[in-house]
Design a protein around this ligand. Structure first.
Ligand code: SAM
Ligand code: DTB
Ligand code: SF4
Length: 353
């Protein structure tokens, strides 16, 4: 049965110690990043009274991100479905294929992917993220094709991100050589809850891949999903693992589960807007400099809640009508929402990028 978190009582006022140690004390020169968080400290922040939490997050955000911009990142599934992993949330797992009805698709060709990147750029995106439903990267023509995609996206002047599953050091190095900006590899949840969600790989496998990405000099994009039945403590524990990485992941996607029919998590209760705001605000406080991305699940999140997330420290969204296999909000509405929040879109080659 789900260890549901939502009803856990709020723990009251944030202690002075926590307020003083949230890594954003005072003036420019005194800004500090911490890498020694305890789960309890993060849980205290996550469960503090909402207005206090949001105030703290806004104050951290203003100190580290004066510019008030939102990065638009577009996504493309470059290889869809038939994945051997059994991630319970994922419509692309072969384990649930007969129930999800998802059409699998082989790795796209380079020209198709670059045409999609060009369209994303023309629509205002500055980052292009390519996702493959692979357990791990394998050597051969397909990996070489991905390297070409990466260099093609970089030549357009966009940030390039890929998410390809596990990789070894030589593969990470070659992605770096192709100019890859970021590698997305999510922790998804806490170390304790992980085995409830995935059985075909371990938490340490995720950490090891992230270390190789870091070693190769590629920036790290790592975050997770809420709404899978995890407790608030699990959410805090996942943030602790991320926030205690040194350096912090440069970008942190916060996804709300998109409960896909045919997956084992199809009947999970929807994430409440406040939970998303809390998770974003807490990520902002414990990883002040990172780009926190309001990621999957925005279709089910009212506009006001999305604006609350942007004001609580999210400074990026996935932009475009589709995520990997599921729909995402309309682009014109997203641009209007960013304006309504009093923010502006991050432009290409901005020094804020
Ligand atoms: N196969 C690679 C991997 O798992 O690392 C890359 C692709 S995978 C689809 C990328 C991420 O998408 C997952 O780590 C997960 O966080 C997110 N994701 C997948 N299905 C989701 C869903 N139904 N709701 C929210 N996030 C989801
Ligand atoms: C991330 O954290 N979320 C994105 C991206 N990184 C690759 C993926 C969301 C996928 C949502 C379900 C789907 O569209 O298939
Ligand atoms: Fe495969 Fe990635 Fe989906 Fe897991 S999340 S089933 S590894 S595509």
């Amino acid at each position: 049965m789900a260890r549901q978190s939502r009803r856990t009582r709020r723990s009251g006022v944030m202690s002075t110690k926590t307020q003083n140690t949230i890594g954003q004390e005072g003036c420019e020169g005194a800004r500090q990043l911490r890498h020694d968080w305890s789960v309890d400290e993060i849980l205290t922040i996550l469960t503090s009274p909402l207005s206090e939490l949001v105030d703290q997050a806004q104050s951290v955000h203003r100190k580290w991100h004066e510019e008030g911009t939102v990065q638009l990142a577009s996504l493309l599934s470059i290889k869809t479905g038939a994945c051997p992993e059994d991630c319970k949330y994922c419509p692309q797992s072969a384990h649930y294929a007969k129930d999800t009805g998802l059409e699998k698709e082989a790795l796209l060709d380079v020209d198709t992917v670059l045409a999609s990147a060009r369209a994303a750029k023309d629509a205002g995106a500055t980052r292009f993220c390519m996702g493959a439903a692979w357990r791990e990267v394998r050597e051969g023509e397909e990996f070489n094709r991905v390297l070409e995609m990466v260099s093609g996206v970089r030549e357009m002047g966009m940030e390039a991100c890929v998410t390809l599953g596990m990789l070894d050091q030589s593969q990470a190095d070659r992605l770096a050589g192709a100019g890859l900006t970021a590698y997305n590899h999510n922790l998804d949840t806490s170390p304790e809850f992980y085995s409830e969600i995935v059985s075909t790989r371990g938490y340490q496998d995720r950490i090891d891949t992230i270390s190789r990405v870091r070693e190769a000099g590629i920036t790290v994009c790592s975050g997770g999903i809420i709404g899978m039945g995890e407790s608030e403590r699990d959410r805090a524990a996942m943030l602790q693992v991320l926030a205690n990485m040194n350096p912090h992941p440069e970008s942190v996607p916060v996804n709300a589960l998109v409960p896909m029919p045919g997956t084992p998590l199809e009947a999970r209760e929807p994430v409440e807007p406040e939970e998303m705001v809390r998770m974003i605000a807490t990520a902002r406080i414990v990883m002040p400099r990172s780009r926190v991305r309001l990621s999957a699940g925005r279709k089910a999140l009212p506009k006001e809640a999305q604006i609350a997330c942007l004001k609580a420290g999210a400074n990026s969204i996935f932009y475009g009508e589709k995520l990997l296999t599921t729909p995402n909000p309309d682009t014109a509405q997203d641009l209007a929402m960013i304006r309504e929040a009093g923010l502006r879109v991050l432009e290409a080659n901005s020094k804020e990028g």
